[in-house]
Design a protein around this ligand. Structure first.
Ligand code: MG
Length: 399
């Protein structure tokens, strides 16, 4: 049995854990420069605020909302502690994103003499006691079903899906909600008159192969309860890092595309930092309403993991998007990855400035370790703190 543990509105939960007086209030976490909503509490959602919504729109929908600039260093710390807790529950844990991990629970029920459902509840309680954040647990015979089950019980729930329950479960889930299918591919299967996951699982394997290729067959087998995608506990280095998603309907508004691209950039940079990698090329890729692709690339003269450098180049790529086309999806892909620790100096770069910059960073980290998290921080951050004191909110756009 495989469990997916997924933290609920992770960035927002992290903020609530260190500011408990914000609990029960509409809290939204914004990207650092994108000025788009990255996470929101349940209360903010009730005002109609969505992830990737621009700040001004969220402000309009929820004027009394509390807007907080994302503090990714803190979220990474919480994430590490979360994963440590999970490793006490199973020896086989695969961290799949900053707030998600798969665990192999096979045999744990017998070892603990506890049902899977109560194990799921106990994991949630353990995380809540130690970190003050809520997670949702999905338990099923494989990863795909665990993820789908988990989706159904958000927030703060435990979902258990046993093999005999699978057909009924799939009959209530839309094809687009199967992980790896998404809205884009949902349109492709609509031609076969397929709407529900159960209908997809009943298609012959040959059609699945034509539609989705070899990985589609693995996915199809998982929908039948087989265990195909293994939980991989080894911390391997990815060859590329990226994220993409489709919009609900195509748009020619580049502000919306920008929001989506920056959302994926923020999340991709988290992975980058988690793996301690630097980026050689940043790619922006888009698909228009006729499924035609557009790739835009920037290659760095030396690999970087710096948020602002990546964000600046992404902004330039966005300016290159030809106007007037209607886009249905946008994604970010980092390629040419290398270890962030072995950054090579550019021949033409002033070495002394690089070294002093690194020394400054080290000194900053040490001071903050000794005197508290923000003992020494950048002027832009101070500016933010000052503003925050005044009004508890921030208009972003520091670049
Ligand atoms: Mg989550």
């Amino acid at each position: 049995m495989i469990a997916l543990i997924d933290a609920d509105s992770f960035f927002a939960s992290c903020e609530l854990s260190r500011n408990p007086h914000l609990r029960g209030k509409p809290v939204m976490v914004l990207g650092r420069i994108g000025s788009f909503i990255l996470a929101k509490t349940h209360e903010a959602k009730q005002y109609g605020v969505n992830t990737v919504m621009p700040y001004w729109e969220a402000k309009q929908k929820c004027p009394q909302g509390i807007f907080i600039e994302g503090d990714f260093r803190f979220y990474t710390q919480v994430s590490r502690r979360l994963m440590k807790i999970l490793k006490n529950w199973s020896p086989l844990v695969q961290v799949s994103s900053i707030d998600e991990a798969y665990m192999d629970l096979t045999g744990i029920d017998k070892m603990r003499d506890q049902s899977f459902e109560s194990i799921g509840d106990a994991i949630r309680e353990d995380v809540w006691q130690q970190l003050g954040i809520t997670v949702t647990v999905g338990i099923a015979p494989n990863k795909v079903l665990a993820k789908m089950a988990c989706e159904q019980k958000k927030p703060n729930g435990t979902a258990l899906l046993l093999k005999p329950q699978i057909p009924h479960f799939l009959s209530q889930i839309e094809v687009g909600d199967i992980p790896g299918i998404g809205r884009g591919r949902q349109l492709a299967v609509k031609r076969y008159g397929i709407h529900w996951a159960k209908e997809l699982s009943e298609l012959p394997m040959s059609i699945i192969k034509n539609l989705f290729g070899r990985n589609g067959i693995l996915l199809w087998k998982e929908l039948h309860g087989e265990y195909m995608f293994k939980v991989d506990g080894s911390a391997h280095t990815p060859k590329q890092i990226g994220r993409t998603s489709s919009l609900e309907k195509p748009t020619s508004n580049l502000k919306i595309i920008e929001g989506l691209a920056f959302y994926h950039l923020e999340r991709s940079i988290e992975s980058l930092h988690r793996h301690k990698l630097a980026v050689g090329d940043v790619n922006l890729y888009l698909r228009d309403r006729d499924f035609k692709r557009l790739y835009l690339t920037h290659s760095f003269s030396k690999p970087t993991d710096d948020f602002f450098k990546l964000a600046r180049q992404l902004q330039k790529l966005i300016w290159k998007i030809p106007p007037g086309r209607w886009w249905r999806s946008a994604g970010i892909l980092f390629t040419g990855l290398s270890s962030a620790n072995s950054r090579q100096l550019n021949l033409f770069e002033d070495i002394s400035s690089v070294i002093s910059e690194e020394k400054l960073n080290q000194a900053k980290d040490e001071l903050n370790k000794r005197y508290g998290q923000f003992a020494l921080s950048s002027a832009s951050h101070l500016f933010y703190e000052k503003r925050k004191k005044k009004s508890d909110e921030l208009r972003l756009g520091l670049i």
